[in-house]
Write a protein of this length. Structure first.
Length: 202
């Protein structure tokens, strides 16, 4: 009888060499928590703001050049008649839409800028940070035109000077906004979320 007891004890020790029963091992420990998320979020936020400031500086600088150089009505061909520099002051949106609602366009630009800043704090994707920075910069510089250019506060006309054939005339901010929108479309189609993660594949 004593020998049987000894063998049983040895078998138990072999099955649990650490001396800890399986029920004592924690099974609810997190395994997929991104450790760098808290540090990465503010870093990408400043990327968004930095790119937006760059867009504003380039857009306003090229508009200053257009006003001082093309103010006499001259037209500068760049690629024949396909791309040219010609100065116009646009009271409306793209394609001169909404020319009688400049105040509304200014409010929409302000709302869009605020939403972009709030959303920028939440993103953790570099691609989304670039896209949002382009959109934010374009919205802010257009808002500046609406607020501070002639003919008055909130009714300012946007300076356009890049002519695309006979289609429309735009500026650098328009290019940034279109590029940001296209990036967001591509990221969405690729399944990349603002958090930087892709949906799990089946």
């Amino acid at each position: 009888m004593g020998r049987v007891s000894s063998d049983s004890t040895g078998a138990d020790d072999a099955a649990s060499p650490s001396g800890v029963e399986p029920a004592d091992v924690p099974t609810d420990a997190p395994t997929d928590v991104p450790t760098d998320a808290p540090a990465r979020r503010p870093r990408l936020f400043w990327w968004v703001l930095g790119l937006a400031v760059l867009v504003v500086l380039i857009d306003q600088g090229t508009k200053w050049w257009a006003v001082t150089t093309l103010g006499d009505g001259r037209v500068v061909p760049v690629i024949g008649d396909l791309i040219r520099f010609v100065l116009v002051h646009n009271p409306g949106a793209a394609f001169s839409i909404g020319t009688e609602f400049t105040w509304v366009l200014a409010i929409l630009a302000a709302v869009g800028a605020v939403v972009a800043v709030v959303f920028a704090w939440r993103i953790r994707s570099i691609g989304w940070a670039i896209a949002l920075g382009l959109l934010l910069g374009g919205a802010v510089t257009h808002l500046g035109d609406r607020l501070f250019r002639e003919p008055g506060f909130g009714r300012g006309h946007v300076v356009d000077f890049i002519g695309y054939g006979d289609l429309f005339i735009g500026n650098v901010a328009d290019i940034a906004i279109v590029a940001g929108a296209v990036m967001i479309l591509i990221l969405t189609l690729a399944g990349i979320t603002p958090s930087g993660r892709q949906p799990a594949q089946p």
